[in-house]
Ligand binder design. Sequence first.
Ligand code: MGD
Ligand code: MGD
Ligand code: SF4
Length: 751
Amino acid sequence: MKITRREFIKCTAASSAFMAIGVPFSFAAAKDKNVDHWVKGVCRFCGTGCGVMVGVKDKKVVTVKGDPNNHNAGFLCLKGALMTPIIYSKDRVTEPLIRKNGKLVPASWNEAMDLVASKFKDAIKKDGPTAVGYYGSGQALTEETYLASKIFKAGLNSNNVEGNPRLCMASAVGGYVTTFGKDEPCGTYDDIDAATCLFIIGSNTSECHPILFKRIAARKQSDPNVKVIVVDPRKTNTARIADVHVAFKPGTDLALLNSMAYVIIQEELDNYRFHSKYVSFMDNKKNKLTFKDYQKFLEDYTPEKAEKITGVPAATIEKIAKIFAESSATTSLWCMGINQRIRGVWANNLISNLHLLTGHIGKPGATPFSLTGQPNACGGVRDTGGLAHLLPAGRLIKKKSHRNEVEKLWGLPQDSLNPKPGYHTMAMWSALAEGKLKALLVLCTNPAHSLPNLNKYVNGMKRKDTFIALIELFKDAETVKYADVVLPPAYWCEREGVYGCSERRYALVEKAIDPPGQCKPAVDILIDFAKRVGVDPKLVPYKNSADIWDEWRAVGRPTTYNFWGITRERLRKESGIKWPCPTEDHPGTDIRYVRGKDPNIPKDHPNKYHFYGKPDGKAVIWFRPYKAAAEEPDAQYPFVLTTGRVIDHWHTGTMTMKVPELRRSFPKAYVEVNKKDAKKMDIQNGDNVLLETRRDKMVFQARVSDVCRPGLVFVPWFDANLLINKLTYDAIDPGSKQPEFKICAVKVSKA
Ligand code: MGD
Ligand code: MGD
Ligand code: SF4
């Protein structure tokens, strides 16, 4: 089905109109006559993980439509529907490139891989295994991240395995693990359809998870009693459908959430039967405390006190707390407004606190649901243990019993895995800047654009005595400028592998076409790398990515992730399966931690709820005090700068800028300024505005509106010509090590 220009314009016009309320369109109804065959896959972009069907004609991808059998029921947003031109962009890297005399020049695979291997071997010989590392992505396939992590941790004895999920989901992982003892959400997208209150905090769902927003909007339309609360300092498109939009002072979520808990208890809306049986109470020092202690802790957060911190009227805090607690089923959804903060883990805990306090958990429509950003941050990186402190399926590097279990599964001698966690992302890029890390393999991420406080880290990338091998799709990606070798990968549907989205759903991306030129699947590149660098061949015995999947199933089997039943054959037939899924005839799991729903809980378990991640089976309500952002506004830098996304661009724009329709809708970054602030500074729409932080300054065109609350400015970060990350701050959450992209102090003036 090749869509004609006329049909497309009709579709996009309809889409844009629908997009205003976030309702996407479906190509499903279009005729299929110009397609030879359809191949099943998953959208390349966001963590919603929509199922797609890729239309192939004459060995070329000609179109993409929504998979009617996946959770998206055939719908896609524009980014998903318009993926085709990206595949055929003239800017693809189609042959290996190596830097000679400062310039990247074509080389054979052999020459390029020999160079990469020799640099890694030299670094290890000179400075030991911690002088090398891998920096990956929540967009790489599960097989790729699992393999890279195994090659470095088991093959090279280096735990320097990180990736962009550290910039994204680390606080959510920290939140789930500290509250429930296990990572990943307990509910699924189906909860949206059953919720009577949707509490959306720090998520612009409409632009960043459009197909889920469609579901939220549909739910609200279906029942007038459904209430939507949006907590975001900007009046985003998501906020437009809110019954209550709380445009509070950025960075004050902790005070607001504690205050909601205070009101819930004060109004006797807590579920005592639930929390007295299934919850324990703990302070920051991990002292076990009581419900009474919790009440006392919350006295610092009466609505009146919280009003002073958050700028939200006490009556509004009371109102949203009551809606949250009184609804028959509340689902919370959150994303980067919560995670990208120096107290991101705490903020995650406090959202779960509200669910544990009210018992809004483990029932259809009632769940604390962290939205994942990337299509495979959950399945690929969090689950396979593709971070510096993790081993596969929730195991920890620091735990001897976990290491020993993995050693056995990987056929390694006992106690051979390195017990010391490697560098987390920001430490890794600092180590490169300081010359401690000598050689880095980078896959499917563009750090020279996406790291915070960029100047500092890019200076490190420029060092002559360090080596970066980059596996990258496009010549014009910012990081290519600093790479010593660039290796050409097969893209998305040019190779096969699994993606795992926000709702624990694993789905297969099937190969539809051959890659262009000399491009190779990353799995092949990694295996070649392992062989040349001297990794024991027994560690990489795979013939194809399906072999890696089977090993990964076996490695997950002894854990509560247990997805043994998700075989490749099933993935080919079904449009995704949600783990745990212990056997081949198991349908997958919607609700975790509830007897009869979660296969990890024996049918005869005495308790209905069992939080098996914790030794006592109880989830934790944490006492987390309010703490301000790392860099609050002051007299010199009086505004807050926040950064985020727009609907039509993906991250660093390397892919979406290749799609004319998407590029046209947002050709350039801009700065959103509140009307009242603009008036005071005599700034009109389209004027040049200078933004200056303690790290750098840059000029953007103004968009004057009431989207940002006064005192806040917003810049989208997709534009490689206006790298806003030169201005952002790299303070990190001490628990999750995730940077505070969402808040820094800035001076704003008319340029
Ligand atoms: P952001 O725009 O980063 O997107 O998805 P979101 O987190 O929804 O930030 C969300 C909101 O946080 C913003 O509206 C901002 O105003 C708000 N915010 C800022 N400060 C605060 C605060 O102090 N408290 C609260 N409560 N909110 C605050 C991100 C997600 O999107 C991710 S992580 C990825 S990796 C994907 N990327 C992506 C993309 O690049 N483009 C598009 N179109 N969709 C995407 N989907 C995914
Ligand atoms: P992407 O544009 O997704 O951004 O940051 P990045 O991961 O750096 O980079 C993916 C790269 O992989 C691109 O260069 C693309 O061309 C390439 N690529 C695409 N497909 C393939 C493939 O199949 N194989 C290979 N090898 N390469 C491929 C994301 C990161 O950014 C994230 S996840 C978050 S949540 C942060 N959010 C954020 C923010 O909210 N504000 C600011 N200011 N900065 C942020 N940075 C972080
Ligand atoms: Fe792709 Fe996300 Fe859009 Fe679904 S909502 S089509 S996964 S970008």
